[in-house]
Unconditional design. Structure first.
Length: 182
C-alpha cells in the first residue's frame, strides 16, 4: 500500500503551486522530506496527473532499458532526478540503485531476479527440436544463439565503455586532489 493517496498529492501540489513553501507544506501535512514534495511537483509538471499516480504494481524494466538510462545519464551529465523525469521513472532512487549495482556487479547486476527463473533458451530449444521433425532446418537455434551472443557482446562493450569513463573520472579526481595538496 502506498503512503500518500493521489488526491492528497494533488492537494499538496496545488498548494505548492499557489505559492506556499515546500518546507511549510511538509510540516503542515507531516511529509518527511521536502524533496518528496518537490519530486511530486516535477513529475506533475512534466507528466500531468499521470505522473503522480500510484502504481498498483512495481514496473519491471529490462536490462537494456536500465543500461540505456545509465548511458543517457553519463552522456548528458544528467542528475538522477532529471533522468527519472526524462524516462518517466517514478523515483530517482531506482536509478541510483541500478547505478550502484552496475558498478559493483556489471551487467549481471541489472538483470531482473524477481519470480521464478526463466527456462534457459538452450532447454527450450531442445524441447522444441524434439517435438518438430528432425528433417526441419536446424539453423534456427544457431541464429538465436548468434543473436544472444551479439547482444551479450554489445552489453559487454557498453559496460567496458562505462568502466573506462569511470576510471578516467577517478583518475581526474585523484589528480585534482594531488594538485590541491601541493
Amino acid at each position: 500500500m502506498t503512503k500518500y493517496s493521489n488526491d492528497f498529492k494533488m492537494k499538496v501540489i496545488s498548494e505548492y503551486l499557489m505559492g506556499m513553501g515546500s518546507i511549510s507544506l511538509c510540516r503542515k501535512y507531516q511529509i518527511r522530506s521536502h524533496q518528496t514534495l518537490l519530486n511530486w511537483v516535477h513529475r506533475y509538471q512534466t507528466n500531468g496527473s499521470a505522473g503522480i499516480k500510484n502504481l498498483d504494481e512495481r514496473p519491471e524494466y529490462t536490462c537494456n532499458f536500465k543500461l540505456n538510462v545509465l548511458k543517457w545519464m553519463k552522456e548528458n551529465h544528467s542528475s538522477l532526478e532529471r533522468a527519472a523525469l526524462h524516462f518517466k521513472i517514478s523515483s530517482p532512487s531506482t536509478i541510483y540503485q541500478w547505478d550502484r549495482r552496475f558498478e559493483s556487479m556489471g551487467v549481471d547486476g541489472l538483470k531482473t531476479k524477481r519470480g521464478r527463473p526463466p527456462m534457459g533458451k538452450h532447454e527450450h530449444t531442445k524441447r522444441i527440436a524434439k517435438k518438430n521433425d528432425k528433417s526441419k532446418n536446424v539453423d534456427q537455434p544457431e541464429q538465436e544463439r548468434i543473436k544472444d551472443l551479439e547482444l551479450e557482446n554489445e552489453l559487454l562493450r557498453i559496460e567496458n565503455e562505462y568502466l573506462k569513463k569511470l576510471d578516467a573520472l577517478v583518475h581526474q579526481r585523484e589528480q585534482r586532489e594531488r594538485n590541491k595538496r601541493k
